[in-house]
Ligand binder design. Structure first.
Ligand SMILES: C[C@H](O)CC(=O)SCCNC(=O)CCNC(=O)[C@H](O)C(C)(C)COP(=O)(O)OP(=O)(O)OC[C@H]1O[C@@H](n2cnc3c(N)ncnc32)[C@H](O)[C@@H]1OP(=O)(O)O
Length: 725
């Protein structure tokens, strides 16, 4: 690791160029801030320095304050690890410096990096430099004066968009808005910045202190109206989160009482937010997501990924066409194979429809859409498979069909070709059983819709080679997925962990809890929808098939309910025919359908689960716990069996695959905040009344007894963990 450094070179023109170096993104680690303070002070003192240019080494200005420091604060609970940067450095030393400072910005200036640039007296940027204040995605607000300087430079509406909605802009847009003074070619950046700094010193260009600007923020009443509008929007968009509202209040404070007052208010709010559970959860997810790229014996053994230029997808149904879409959108040639021309045409039309809808939603230009579709080729035989680098099979869940396909593939595809299956239920050992290529067989479990959902669960068997895992991880990243490598078991990591979710929700209904109350409580908790709306959306057929799968894999902990079958019998199919637990009409939000009540009553009568025939009386919190604690319990088994490399992989997978709220840090992180002890005691109590579905797992019991967090590595507990990875 290269040590963080700040250097200063004073040229014969009297310009001191101060350069931050802290690869890979020049984050503002404590030694960088100390180095900057020292160099700025030195530049101010020296008589041979007329002006200052601040820049970053390696084509990047700065990715912001060092987020590792927040983690240290979280681990220790000690806020004093956060230095006072905003007033004592950014404000007093940079902005109030007696010598003009110009930021030469390239690559990216994010968070504290952009805030530092905004405190300089001008900003020159290279083309396509990313500028943003993404702090709110970490559960905090900007803390180096960004809430005050950004509105003063770009106006309130744009500042709200960039900060409250965390939308970065490019330097070209920044120039139009007044955030950037000039965009110049990268090779001219330093020279133009030097000249600009000297021009300010010589009074040929204005010496602007952003915090003192008022021309872009309008009158107090105008500002008030804009901020009120933002408050309403935030309320709808970010349920359960309060830091967005606080960010708006801090902006308002500065407008009413002046920028410097706003800076002080910002620091107070920032220090409070750093210690919030939301910040802990979101910062945990930031690092956990990056940790998924580190797979022992795969990414640390010097292997080089084979780039996949051409990938074959077998099956043009919902999953296959979604996977093909994701591939072509990211410049990979795709051969889409189907068994007859009707199916093939349907598959190609689905890919076209996926791409077209992105153009309609302005997520893609028509030019890029045309380019993507030109990479797609439909085929009915294997002749194009001779030079593919990877095959992703996405046919129906039928073991013998898959075995036949993989048997054919190993004969036709080149020896380096990765042979992946998108199965969500079938044991991958069985898929490859009849081949001699078991080292090349791997699961590529996409989530539907595959071109939208960010998670790619990579399932390896004991025989899958490290090279094949690396190659699939690389393709996953190329198509902008987050690949999480997991072991082979029924349901793999995500579906296996979440199988009790539907079952416990159905059980609660049979115990007399109102179905719509359950959905409301789970969506209040932060999942995108409740378990019943999810069944409506994903289809009852899927729910039944998956339920059967788990019932046969884990008969000791399965709860049966006739409700879904009764729904089908009554002509309901969920979203696909508009009639489910909810009424689904085009263009309007799903509405609870009161007429399902009679079907629910029938289910309750058949199950006879209510003790004494009376509905259970249960608090809102207990409803949520009775649904999510069994999920945590299964997560414990998944960790105990070594299906995931680390607990945080399950956090990322739960957030990206199931929509578990990221601000709760993912499933296991949340469970640790709740505490293993409480989860254990609750499950134990319910298991005594309702049976083994709730029985605490061995792992949970041991962790609760020893007071060890569920997320602690295996060596922390005495459980005999047999790794499948
Ligand atoms: C007081 C202030 O207002 C508070 C702040 O400034 S908070 C920080 C605000 N900045 C951010 O939120 C930016 C966070 N970083 C990012 O979004 C992305 O890393 C990026 C766009 C800068 C680069 O993305 P990309 O090229 O895909 O690389 P990515 O894998 O994400 O990051 C590379 C490495 O840099 C690290 N890194 C990135 N930004 C970092 C930061 N601000 N602090 C510490 N480490 C950081 C990552 O953890 C990763 O480390 P690893 O290689 O050990 O896993």
């Amino acid at each position: 690791m290269v040590a963080p450094t700040v250097t200063m070179e004073v040229g014969s023109d009297g310009v001191a160029v101060i350069t931050m170096s802290n690869p890979p993104v020049n984050s503002l680690a404590i030694p960088i801030i100390e180095g900057l303070t020292e160099k700025f002070k030195e530049a101010e003192r020296r008589n041979d320095v007329k002006a200052i240019v601040l820049t970053g080494k390696g084509g990047k200005f700065s990715g912001g304050f060092d987020i590792n420091v927040f983690q240290l604060v979280h681990k220790t609970g000690d806020i004093s690890h956060l230095p006072d940067v905003s007033v004592s450095f950014v404000n007093n030393i940079v902005e109030d410096s007696k010598k003009p400072a110009v930021a030469a910005v390239e690559g990216l200036a994010l968070g504290g990096g952009l805030e530092l640039a905004m405190a300089c007296h001008a900003r020159i940027a290279a083309p396509k430099t990313q500028l943003g204040l993404p702090e709110l995605t970490l559960g905090i607000i900007p803390g180096f004066g960004g809430t005050q300087r950004l509105p003063r430079l770009v106006g309130l509406p744009k500042a709200i968009e960039m900060m409250v909605f965390s939308k970065p802009i490019m330097s070209e847009v920044g120039e139009k808005l007044g955030l950037i003074d000039a965009v110049v070619p990268s090779g001219d950046l330093l020279n133009v910045a030097r000249r600009w700094a000297l021009d300010i010193a010589d009074k040929h260009k204005p010496w602007i202190r952003s915090l003192h600007k008022t021309d872009k923020i309008g009158s107090i009443s105008e500002a008030h109206n804009i901020l009120q509008g933002a408050r309403q929007q935030v309320k709808k968009t970010f349920r359960n989160l309060f830091h967005h509202q606080l960010c708006i209040s801090v902006m308002e404070d500065g407008i009413v009482h002046g920028g410097y007052h706003g800076v002080l208010e910002e620091t107070k709010t920032f220090n409070k937010l750093v210690l919030s559970d939301n910040a802990k959860g979101l910062i945990h997810i930031f690092f956990s997501q990056r940790a998924t790229s580190k797979v022992p014996n795969v990414t640390d053994v010097g292997l080089k990924p084979n780039p996949a230029k051409k990938v074959a997808v077998i099956g043009g149904g919902l999953m296959g066409s979604g996977i093909a879409t994701a591939l072509v959108l990211n410049n990979i040639n795709v051969v889409l194979k189907e068994i007859n021309s009707d199916y093939l045409l349907k598959g190609i039309k689905s890919v076209e429809a996926n791409v077209k809808s992105m153009v309609l939603r302005k997520k893609l230009t028509q030019e890029k859409a045309n380019k993507a579709l030109s990479l797609l080729k439909g085929v009915l035989d294997y002749s194009e498979f001779k030079d593919v680098d990877m095959v992703i099979e996405a046919v129906i869940e039928n073991i013998s069909l898959k075995q036949k396909i993989f048997g054919e593939l190993e004969k036709i595809c080149p020896p380096h070709c990765v042979l992946a299956s998108n199965t969500s239920t079938i044991d991958l050992n069985l898929v490859g059983e009849k081949t001699r290529s078991q080292d090349r067989i791997i699961g590529a479990h996409f989530f539907s819709p595959a071109h939208v959902m960010p998670l790619l669960e990579i399932v390896r068997t004991e025989k899958t080679s490290s090279q094949v895992i690396l190659d699939l991880m690389t393709v996953g990243k190329t198509i902008k997925k987050v690949p999480v490598v997991v072991g082979n078991c029924t349901g793999f990591a995500v579906n296996r962990t979440f199988f009790p979710y539907t079952q416990s929700a159905l059980f609660l209904v049979n115990l007399g809890v109102d179905l719509f109350r359950i959905d409301q409580l789970i969506s209040n908790f932060g999942l995108p929808m409740g378990p019943f709306q999810l069944q409506d959306v994903s289809g009852y057929g899927v729910a039944i098939a998956v339920g059967k799968e788990f019932a046969s894999a884990f008969p000791d902990r399965t709860l049966q309910s006739p409700l879904i079958e009764l729904m089908i019998k009554s002509g309901r199919n969920g979203k696909s025919n508009g009639k489910g637990y909810f009424i689904h009409e085009k263009g309007s939000k799903p509405k609870p359908d009161p007429s399902v009540q009679s079907i629910i009553e029938e289910s309750r009568r058949l199950t006879n689960a209510m003790v004494g025939g009376k509905p259970i009386v249960i608090s809102d919190q207990e409803v949520v716990e009775m649904i999510l604690f069994p999920v945590v319990n299964e997560a414990c088994r998944v960790m105990d069996e070594g299906i995931v490399i680390r607990a945080s992989d399950l956090d990322v997978a739960s957030v990206l695959g199931m929509g578990f709220p990221s601000y709760r840090g993912g499933l296991v992180f949340w469970a640790d905040l709740v505490s293993a002890g409480h989860i254990y005691k609750s499950l134990k109590k319910w298991s005594e009344v309702y049976g083994d579905f709730y029985k605490p797992s061995r792992f949970l019991e041991q962790r609760a007894a020893a007071g060890i967090p569920l997320s602690a590595p295996a060596s922390s507990s005495s459980s005999s963990r047999s790794s499948r990875l």
